[in-house]
Structure formats: C-alpha cells, structure tokens
Write a protein that binds this ligand. Structure first.
Ligand SMILES: [Fe+2]
Ligand SMILES: [Fe+2]
Length: 371
C-alpha cells in the first residue's frame, strides 16, 4: 500500500509520466482513458479548459473523477443492498444482505439507492458543465477492470472500485465528537472500530458463502455501515476545501451546492452506523464491533451525530460547530490518498494511480483568482 501511495506522488504528473518512458501506446491509452472528447493523448499542457480558468477546470475535473469513483462504489452497494429501479438500475438485490443492513435502519435500502443516485447526478452534472464551457471532461471507463462480487444479485461487470478488501478508517467518529481537537491543527483521532482500520474486510458479500452465519453477514453489513460514513465525511470535507481556490462565482455555486449534499449523506450514515449491533465476526474473530455507548465517553456516544463545537482557525477564537478538516493546501491529493489507503482501488493498474494523482495535483495547483 505504501508503494501505491508513493506512486500517487511519483507518477502523479502526466508530463513526467509520459517523458519517463511509458510506451507511446500506453501513454495514449492513459490519455484517452482519462479525458474524453478528443483530448490530445499527450497532454496536460494541451487539456482544454474552454471558458473556464485552468484552476476551475482542474478542480471540476478532479471532482468529476471523485464522483465517478463514488458512483461506482455506491452502484455496487445498491445492486446488492439497495433498491434497483429505473432511477438506479442494475443488480437484483441480496435478501440476506438487505436484511442485515436493515438492522441499522429499516430504510437502509432507500438511503443506499438515494445516495447512489445523488453521486450519479454529481458525476453527470459536473462533466456536462465542463463540456458546456468547452472544457475537457473526465472518463474512467478504461479502468473498469476490477471484479464484481460473485454473490447473487450483483451484475457481472468491470468495476473501478473494490469493496471486498477494505481497511476502513473510522476516526471521523471521534473527530466529529471532539470538543478540543481539529485535524487542521494536526490533531489525530482514535478509531471508533479499531479492528476495521486493520486488515482487509468485505463491505459487500463476496459470494453466497458470505450470506451466513448470521453474525458474519451482519459484520459485513456493519462494515458497510461504517464505510458509508467514511466515504461521505470525505466528500463533506473535500468540497469546502477545494471551494477556497475556485475563481468563478458560478463554479463556486456548483461546489457550494453539491458539497452540502455530501454532508447530508454523512449525517444520515453517522446516525445509522451508531445502530450497528456489537458483535464479533465468527468467520474473522479479529473483527469486533464494540458497544460504543458502553464506555460512557462523549467521544464515542452514538447519538452525538451533530458536530460538536471545536477549535477553528485559531485557538484564540471561540469553539465552533464546523465541518473538519477544511484546509485547502493539498486537499485533492489528500482525498486521493485517503481513498487509496482504504483499499478502495486494490487491484487497479499503475496507470490508474498515476492519473488519479495527476488530476489531484492539477486541482491542488489551482489558485483563487487565477487565469
Ligand atoms: Fe457526490
Ligand atoms: Fe458522496
């Protein structure tokens, strides 16, 4: 994993990537895979920004990629655990998985469906807006190479993301409950479910063998329940972090209008994760979901689902209930690393990581008021 994270940095620049000896065919595939709409394969310098500033186009392209990746993962959840309909087609559902998810909330299938549809509209809208301004759009179809779940209910198609070997960081739980710490002050936070942040865990049934015993499929549903929060708190921070470097008021409006929907998702998932029943996975006794209310700690208490006020900008200012982190420096690369570190792209090609890193780097070069 460390190597992959390094690759995001080392190979993050498409110019150097091309110069450093990828074959022409490989480089062309990379360019064509990432940027649809007749973009020259070789180039970063040649990417069209149309009537947008370079920075605004780069921020929107990174967000489009993030939304494509989100859609891909939510689609997998919806096929097995959500509601399959004409709004979110694909898959036929897995009754045992849906039943286990419903232990967290009777409406989980509806919420999974709606989150999936939201991400799809984010992806389509941002790309359509880029195109409407004459700017290049993002297409990751060449990287739809990862395996689908073999469990009954999933479509058998190539995926961008892997939900079957996740390492789920649950520190957002204590981060949003802390009254004294903020990641923008370099503070660190304890895990709510320490064992989810170690090893590799499925968040969807991998095959029908995973549908029993009961506590095993419940452990998979619990993992999903926490992963939903992990993903959506990331989006909740990403939009305000990047908004600070947007130039056009209209692009700012887009970012400020999509970002809070990620917060609405996060708020919902945080509430539902608190209903995950305490248990030990019988098939993997290292995976333990603790009773978060047992220690009587405000940093763990399940019903504290609204952000506790904490330090913001300066310790001299009063505490404030806020999204955190919202630091803008390196925010896109931070998001790319966060998604990579959770194992979401396990099995992806070096070209994929190079492209993700490149898009992030371009977004992080954007300056407010730039040309
Ligand atoms: Fe989204
Ligand atoms: Fe999201």
């Amino acid at each position: 994993m460390k190597d992959v994270l390094n690759n995001l940095n080392i190979a993050s620049n498409r110019r150097s990537f091309v110069k450093n000896g990828l074959t022409a065919a490989g480089a062309a595939a990379v360019g064509a895979g990432l940027l649809a709409g007749g973009v020259p394969a070789f180039g970063h310098e040649d990417e069209k920004n149309g009537r947008l500033t370079k920075g605004d186009a780069a921020i929107l392209r990174f967000l489009a990629a993030a939304e494509i990746l989100e859609t891909d993962l939510w689609q997998q959840y919806n096929e097995l655990g959500g509601i399959q309909d004409n709004e979110v087609p694909g898959g036929t559902g897995s009754a045992p998985y849906i039943a286990a998810l419903k232990v967290l909330d009777g409406d989980m299938d509806q919420y999974i469906h709606d989150n999936t549809e939201d991400e799809l509209t984010h992806e389509v809208f941002i790309n359509a807006y880029l195109a409407s301004k004459g700017a290049d759009t993002v297409n990751l179809d060449k990287f739809r190479t990862l395996a689908s779940s073999k469990s009954t209910g999933a479509q058998q198609i190539g995926r961008l993301t892997n939900l079957m070997e996740l390492t789920v960081d649950t520190s957002w739980w204590t981060r949003y409950r802390s009254r004294t710490k903020n990641p923008d002050f370099r503070d660190t936070f304890d895990q709510a479910v320490p064992s989810l942040n170690k090893g590799q865990h499925p968040a969807i049934p991998r095959k029908d063998d995973d549908l029993s015993p009961k506590d095993h499929i419940q452990a998979i549903a619990n993992t999903a329940g926490f992963h939903f929060g992990t993903i959506e708190q990331g989006g909740t921070s990403l939009y305000p972090s990047l908004a600070q470097r947007v130039t056009s008021v209209e692009v700012l409006r887009i970012v400020l209008s999509i970002g809070p929907t990620e917060a609405m998702h996060f708020q919902t998932w945080q509430d539902k994760a608190g209903n995950a029943p305490p248990l030990t996975d019988p098939n993997d006794p290292s995976l333990v979901f603790p009773d978060l209310n047992a220690p009587h700690s405000e940093d763990l208490q399940t019903n504290l689902i609204m952000p506790e006020p904490t330090i913001f900008l300066s310790r001299k200012l009063p505490a404030c209930s806020i999204v955190r982190p919202t630091g803008t420096k390196g925010a896109a690369m931070g998001a790319a690393k966060f998604l990579t570190a959770m194992g979401l792209f396990r099995g992806q090609s070096p070209a994929f990581f190079a492209l993700l890193g490149d898009l992030a780097e371009d977004a992080d070069e954007a300056k407010r008021g730039g040309q």
